[in-house]
Design a binder for this molecule. Structure first.
Ligand SMILES: Cc1cc2nc3c(=O)[nH]c(=O)nc-3n(C[C@H](O)[C@H](O)[C@H](O)COP(=O)(O)O)c2cc1C
Length: 170
């Protein structure tokens, strides 16, 4: 898929079909993560791949805003090192790259950041020095997305020309 089309059509998915995502696609998603750039090329992040149904259900229990993750095919926990002030920028970049890499193969995904961190740390043996930044759940969408439109503000209310507040409209 063309990169722009991939960005344009990708939506966050919270309802998944039971269809299995092939191992090669999962590998591509993880490879997309690995290839993403980090501040100072520190590559401080670590990823935990969750495929086991019991662990997916646990993810939902440990979440305050991602119950839907129980229904996905696999999930990736994104851990970043808060000693780098830019660690959450790195998290955002890798999340988007994984989601786009998946969507290129029509695999949908959703993100959640609402996490019961104490339980989470225990359940997945997350070391104290790493921040639990987000979880992405992946799977084929439960239904076709054609009807759903993105809800975004128009470009001219986002982009200014040369200085803040100057309209970019000619
Ligand atoms: C930083 C960030 C945090 C998010 N946290 C959650 C979350 O906790 N739970 C959830 O269901 N979705 C979460 N989302 C998904 C957003 O709700 C979603 O990106 C937004 O509604 C746009 O969705 P759309 O692209 O399908 O239109 C998060 C997205 C981002 C970028």
């Amino acid at each position: 898929m063309d990169t722009f089309d991939c960005i344009k059509t990708k939506l966050d998915i919270r309802e998944f079909s039971p269809e299995e995502v092939p191992a090669e696609i999962k590998q591509r998603v993880l490879e997309a993560a690995r290839l993403t750039g980090t501040g100072l090329n520190t590559q401080h992040w670590r990823f935990i791949l969750i495929e086991d149904e019991h662990n997916l259900n646990n993810l939902a229990k440990d979440s305050t805003s991602g119950n839907w993750v129980a229904g996905c095919n696999f999930a990736v926990i994104i851990l970043t090192n808060p000693k780098y002030h830019f660690h959450l920028i790195d998290a955002g970049r890798v999340i988007q790259n994984m989601q786009l890499a998946a969507w290129n193969f029509t695999v949908g995904s959703g993100v959640f950041t609402g996490i019961d961190k104490d339980n989470f740390r225990k359940d997945y043996d997350v070391p104290d020095e790493l921040n639990i930044s987000a979880v992405i759940g992946f799977g084929y969408p439960a239904r076709k997305l054609t009807g759903k439109r993105k809800d975004r503000v128009p470009l001219d209310s986002l982009v200014y020309l040369e200085k803040y507040g100057i309209s970019n409209k000619s």
